[in-house]
Design a protein around this ligand. Structure first.
Ligand SMILES: Nc1ncnc2c1ncn2[C@@H]1O[C@H](COP(=O)(O)OP(=O)(O)OP(=O)(O)O)[C@@H](O)[C@H]1O
Ligand SMILES: [Mg+2]
Length: 158
């Protein structure tokens, strides 16, 4: 079973506001999957969470490092971008097994976890609004939030 809702994100400020509300409810051990096409805004959203919880401005995208780790003051936060993972064996040395349920985990391209998926998780899918006009990057987005496990009820806190 899962619970879901949709949030409209007409501009960058709206995405950042959603990220701040999310940051306000995140606690140690939480997992958030960030999905959506290239350029949908996954890193932008993660960056705002990282700034709020870890005080780091302009966090780099983990495009090449795969994982960036941060200190929230009450535990670690991991920001992962698994786009470049091709083989499940590459995951083994990254330590996700131990980190899930311990750190605050933000994962872009979680399909590359190849099934290593915690039961308790928030999936946040970003997409461009259909039929919207304007330059691709500036087009309005919407977020679909789906809560699994304990996030079925926590979704309403965001
Ligand atoms: N409403 C919006 N929400 C999020 N980003 C927006 C919005 N409007 C414009 N943008 C811009 O779109 C771009 C999103 O890029 P970002 O790197 O966050 O995407 P991504 O989903 O992480 O892509 P990738 O899959 O390549 O990692 C940024 O330049 C951001 O400023
Ligand atoms: Mg990204």
């Amino acid at each position: 079973m899962a619970n879901s809702n949709t949030v409209s994100l007409p501009d960058l400020a709206a995405t950042q506001a959603l990220a701040l509300r999310l940051a306000g409810v995140l606690r140690a051990g939480d997992t958030v999957f960030l999905t959506g096409d290239l350029g949908a805004g996954k890193t932008t959203l993660a960056r705002t969470v990282i700034k709020a919880l870890c005080g780091v401005e302009d966090a780099p995208s983990p495009t090449y490092t795969l994982i960036q780790t941060y200190d929230t003051g009450g535990g670690e936060l991991w920001h992962a971008d698994l786009y470049r993972i091709e083989d499940p064996a590459e995951l083994d040395e990254l330590g996700f097994d131990d980190a899930f349920g311990d750190v605050i985990m933000l994962v872009e391209w979680p399909d590359r976890l190849f099934g290593l998926v915690p039961d308790d998780r928030l999936e946040l899918h970003l997409e461009m609004v259909e039929d919207s006009v304007g330059e691709a990057m500036d087009r309005p987005r919407q977020a679909r939030l789906t809560g699994f496990g304990q996030w079925e009820t926590r979704l309403d806190d965001i």
